[in-house]
Design a protein around this ligand. Sequence first.
Ligand SMILES: Nc1ncnc2c1ncn2[C@@H]1O[C@H](COP(=O)(O)OP(=O)(O)O)[C@@H](O)[C@H]1O
Ligand SMILES: [Mg+2]
Length: 349
Amino acid sequence: MSVAPFSEDQLRSALDKVLYPGFRRSILSFGLVKEVAIEGGNVNVQLQLSTTETHIPKILKQEIEASLGTIPGVENVTVLIDIQSPVSASSSGPIPIPGVAHVIAVASGKGGVGKSTVAVNLAVALSQLGAAVGLCDCDLYGPSVAFLCGVNKRPEADDKDQIIPVKAHDIAIMSMGLLLEGDAPAVLRGPMVSRYTQQFLRQVAWGKLDYLILDLPPGTGDIQLTIVQTVPVSGVILVTTPQEVALLDVRKAASMFRKTNVPLIGIIENMSYFTSPSDGVRHAVFGTGGGAREAAQLGIPFLGEIPLDSDVRASGDAGVPFLSYTTTNKTSEVADIFRKVANSIKIKF
Ligand SMILES: Nc1ncnc2c1ncn2[C@@H]1O[C@H](COP(=O)(O)OP(=O)(O)O)[C@@H](O)[C@H]1O
Ligand SMILES: [Mg+2]
């Protein structure tokens, strides 16, 4: 068998251009593509649809064949469509959170790369753009959102026994950090992790939100899996430092989200360099260009570089998100990146 002259990534980007009839979202972003297999020049695509309309599978088959057929080297495209009745599909798959338009996850392979910092500031940036935003700290073992946002109020329950998220910086916040006493660790066994994750998503009165930002724990564990199986995630932002060990793990995270059909919005590189305040010289403490290279390799957008910045560290320690810490009109490289990413999310979703 000869090696195909095209990659699965090429096929997936072509599939990402095939829109679901009547929608502005692609079949890929809806999670309908279950498998893409390559055998020489032959491509097999497996779709799973839940529809009662007979014209939809037909249209999709034609459009997939046309889109993949333009890739050099693709000889044959076979589209297999598995149709489930809408009822059985919705009872087993992810179910939207009522009132929440888009769930956006912030993930990484490694811990300590600045995921929570990015999640918090992205939430603030989206809110400053006028969106209704929630921020759910899904890092049950290492919750830091409450600390980074300077909140320590215990959330109360409403009359329907839903947890009322705590409001700060114009964002609705829920974190394990709000439920634990002092510095007590969260002692949770396997099944409880999944149960807490589901509770944070479903038993919190999130209200009407344009975006619910999820700050995920590092890696590809039970929490991530529970999330992708429980709610439809519109997209995930991957955070990494330029260092090879961080890139190695972010690659694994990317692969997990791809396998579970969660669209990758792009990569943010954090701690990219440090500018010496005395002479203005840039030091690439963790190496250079790793995030951009990885994004190119994954075929996803590179969203920007965030330098090591003492104000970012200080704002985190002060419990004030960087975007609220600096005055909004202060020109800052870091603030610009958070705003730029928030803007692109707002345009996309
Ligand atoms: N660009 C940056 N410059 C300076 N400090 C940063 C930067 N990004 C994150 N930090 C600090 O590094 C620490 C770890 O960041 P955090 O967002 O908690 O990482 P993670 O959620 O990936 O574990 C925090 O104390 C945070 O304030
Ligand atoms: Mg964190």
